[in-house]
Design a protein around this ligand. Structure first.
Ligand code: GDP
Length: 326
């Protein structure tokens, strides 16, 4: 199938074409990378989804939340795509969305599309592929793209780099554990959502929510926030309570950012970031070409033997890198 046909089918909301497009952007093969770039360029550029980044440690209820929240959005007539950035996923291991039993109801909905994290050990690779999958979902006319990640460090940063709004999901916990959330991650959040505010956990959830609201007030005010944001709220994903408030808050925030110009500015900064990232990745890939590796080995021997100066050798090598990696 021609790239152009694939782009048209994706634009016409053909889910199999979308899945195929994502497989293409996930491939590391040089010819696939070129085809993926052409596909992304051929997509409608005027469609924008609300991209929601969602992070939380394992067990806080991410999949329960996404399922309930996603079903609510479907009920409102919106189309919802769910993607993931899982830094721990490898080709053999399971990924956070790999388990088919997760999001059982949502996965059966015609208006929903769920895709597990691309498998790779290197976070940069997973991130780039997911970012391109987000673009494909937008091209396919999804209204909301949820990008899930596990709260274990670096992956929040890359998810924030591809999201319009960022949501941190937490479980009810004693005051001591407030310190467990890294300041950097708190600073990234637009909304802190304390889940499991039901049954015996409700009291603790209320206290946790108040603690985080207090902590958020101590953070430096960011330009891209209207009054009242970032905000802490509580939900019960299992009992489907408070989810409409989360949607109202996210919509209000997104509206305000659009009106104030922050939405476009953030997306422009993100595009710049991913462009630089892609250039870097492509240059690194060039280093891996057999001819480049051979030349590098020869030159490093010459440098080690004192026959060539390191700076001059590096200059000569970089100058011919394009030819070596063809
Ligand atoms: P994930 O690892 O973050 O995706 O978490 P899961 O969605 O798999 O949920 C982890 C556990 O928490 C499961 O046993 C869920 O049933 C439970 N859970 C999720 N949401 C809620 C909730 O709103 N209330 C309560 N009480 N339990 C919940």
């Amino acid at each position: 199938m021609k790239d152009h046909d694939l782009a048209q089918r994706i634009a016409a909301q053909d889910r199999r074409a979308l899945a195929r497009g994502i497989t293409l952007v996930e491939s590391g093969r040089a010819d696939h990378r070129a085809a993926a770039a052409a596909l992304l360029a051929a997509l409608p550029q005027d469609r924008q989804a609300l991209r929601i980044g969602l992070s939380g440690t394992p067990g806080v209820g991410k999949s329960t939340f996404i399922e309930s929240f996603g079903m609510m959005l479907i009920g409102m007539g919106l189309r919802v795509a769910v993607l993931a950035v899982d830094p721990s996923s490898t080709r053999s291991g399971g990924s956070i969305l790999g388990d088919k039993t997760r999001m059982d109801r949502l996965s059966r909905e015609a208006g929903a599309f769920i895709r597990p994290s691309p498998s790779q050990t290197h976070l940069g690779g997973v991130a780039r592929r997911t970012r391109e999958a987000v673009r494909l979902c937008e091209g396919a006319g999804f209204d909301v793209v949820l990008i899930e990640t596990v709260g274990v460090g670096q992956s929040e940063t890359v998810v924030a780099q591809m999201s319009d709004v960022f949501l941190l999901l937490l479980a009810p916990a004693g005051g001591d554990e407030l310190q467990g959330v890294k300041r950097g991650i708190m600073e990234m959040a637009d909304l802190i959502v304390v889940n499991k505010a039901d049954g015996d956990l409700k009291t603790t959830a209320t206290r946790t929510c108040a603690d985080y609201a207090g902590a958020l007030r101590l953070l430096r005010k960011r330009d891209q926030d209207p009054d009242g944001f970032p905000k802490a709220m509580m939900v019960s994903a299992a009992q489907e309570k408070g989810l409409d408030d989360v949607w109202t808050a996210l919509s209000e925030l997104a509206e305000w950012r659009r009106a104030q110009g922050f939405w476009d500015r953030t997306r422009a900064d993100q595009a710049r970031y991913w462009f630089h990232e892609d250039v870097r990745q492509r240059l690194l890939a060039q280093l891996e070409a057999p001819a480049a590796r051979a030349a590098l080995a020869t030159l490093s021997d010459a440098v080690a033997a004192g026959e060539k100066d390191p700076a001059a050798a590096a200059q000569a090598f970089v100058a011919q890198l394009g030819d070596l990696s063809d």
